[in-house]
Write a protein that binds this ligand. Structure first.
Ligand code: SF4
Length: 171
């Protein structure tokens, strides 16, 4: 299945309640052959508005920290564990995460990333697949609010860049 086909399924999906309050499905974006994939919690209001992942304040913060570490956002595939916004941006419920999981697994199947970065607690529900290195990091929306977490997040992204460079996945 191509990424576009997965996106089209997401746009029309009614498998859990989240689509009801959403303007757009947010499948994610990035190259189909990305070596590194980032998975966050859920699209927020800005993302829902435009149908793209990490475009609000936390997205800008994420882009900045990636760039500081020599990582180009456009080289990475960025998505979230559920593809529609939650009411009042609450955490997705386990049944919503379970319903949406096949889409992220299908994206992984196409992209075949070498490293998957799990942003925040909810993304940790992703099953660990053989042959893929997983990194658990703080969610950027939490990291940008608290200095201590910001330092830790920056160190985690530095570690990601180090590992990706050591494996020749990025320049
Ligand atoms: S969040 Fe996922 S499972 Fe729920 S309706 Fe949207 S695409 Fe379907």
């Amino acid at each position: 299945m191509a990424l576009e086909e997965i996106s089209n399924k997401i746009y029309g999906c009614r498998k859990c309640r989240l689509w009801q309050g959403a303007k757009h499905g947010v499948p994610g974006e990035g190259p189909a052959n990305a070596k590194v994939m980032l998975i966050g919690q859920n699209p927020g209001a800005h993302e829902d508005e435009v149908g793209r992942p990490f475009v609000g304040r936390s997205g800008r913060f994420l882009n900045k920290v990636l760039a500081e570490n020599g990582l180009k956002r456009e080289d990475l595939f960025i998505t979230s564990i559920v593809k529609h916004v939650s009411p009042k941006n609450r955490k997705p419920y386990p049944d919503e995460v379970a319903a949406c999981l096949p889409y992220t697994l299908a994206q992984i199947d196409v992209i075949e990333p070498k490293i998957i970065v799990l942003l925040g607690e909810t993304a940790k529900a992703m099953p660990r697949l053989e042959g893929i290195e997983y990194l658990e990091v703080i969610h950027p929306s939490a990291a940008m609010r608290f200095n201590k977490m910001k330092d830790k997040f920056q160190a985690q992204i530095t570690e990601l860049a180090k590992r990706a460079r050591a494996r020749g996945l990025i320049l």
